[in-house]
Design a protein around this ligand. Structure first.
Ligand code: SF4
Length: 256
């Protein structure tokens, strides 16, 4: 990894009183969120879905897989078994075959069928709206619950903290933690609650398309001036880099 260069950050005039012991100044967090809003004006979840049930199942299937692979299997899965009752009653082998490409297919088939059964038995076939009820379902941990609550129900009880969110938060100096839950706690302390869902999507998308794990595109990153981990001097203005990121994210990594 190249030697880090000290960023020259413009001084903000906003208040920094909301600083915690592990947090960066509130003004810096506000600047990060403002630039991310510019770069990703319309954040979205990349798991295709038409209902909370579909998003719940797709998120369970996304563990140790990619959204692209999950999106390639869910249309046929939901066409064949469109409701929790139908998926719960499906032959296990057929469900395993349907989700095979996502990896760990036996565990995932079991989890989505048991989850569907509990949705029917406990919640009348609906997806619950509380963290406690969601995390009581098979295959559903806090990250999945945050995705479903924030994206499908628009209830912000936390920030979905996946590998991209973890990496970007660490590089930006938003956390020194290394495990998902402490990182989520650090983020929730610093990011205003109304930004937990959309801000979380923006951080994730920034990690997926710009702040890559092996080769972060610091030269092209609109957050470079605010980032203590940047590895190269930024090229062009913040607005130009934000516009480039907007195009990349909107094309899901394409060249438009
Ligand atoms: S400057 Fe580099 S390390 Fe920092 S957020 Fe941007 S891409 Fe990631």
């Amino acid at each position: 990894m190249a030697a880090k260069k000290k960023p020259s950050v413009e001084t903000s005039t906003r208040s920094s009183t909301a600083m915690s012991s592990t947090a960066m100044p509130a003004s810096r967090v506000a600047d990060l969120l403002r630039v991310l809003q510019l770069a990703i004006p319309e954040p979205y979840c990349e798991l295709d879905h038409d209902s909370p049930f579909q998003l719940l199942i797709a998120t369970i299937l996304s563990a140790q897989s990619t959204d692209k692979i999950v999106n390639s299997v869910t249309p046929a899965l939901f066409a064949k078994w469109p409701t929790p009752a139908m998926l719960a009653a499906a032959p296990r082998q057929e469900v395993e075959q349907a989700v095979h490409k996502t990896g760990f297919f036996r565990n995932k088939a079991k989890a989505i069928q048991e989850c569907s059964l509990l949705l029917c038995e406990r919640h009348g076939g609906a997806v619950p709206k509380s963290m406690e009820e969601l995390t009581a379902l098979p295959g559903v941990a806090r990250k999945t619950a945050n995705v479903v609550l924030g994206t499908a129900h628009r209830i912000a009880l936390g920030i979905a903290t996946d590998t991209h969110v973890m990496r970007v938060s660490q590089r930006l100096g938003l956390t020194a933690a290394t495990k998902p839950e402490p990182i989520e706690q650090d983020l929730c302390r610093q990011v205003p609650q109304e930004e937990w869902t959309d801000g979380g999507h923006r951080i994730l998308l920034h990690g997926r398309y710009v702040c890559l794990a092996k080769n972060p595109q610091c030269e092209q990153c609109p957050l470079a001036e605010l980032c203590p981990s940047r590895e190269a001097e930024p090229a062009g203005s913040v607005a130009e880099r934000a516009e480039r990121e907007r195009r990349v994210v909107e094309s899901r990594g394409g060249k438009s």
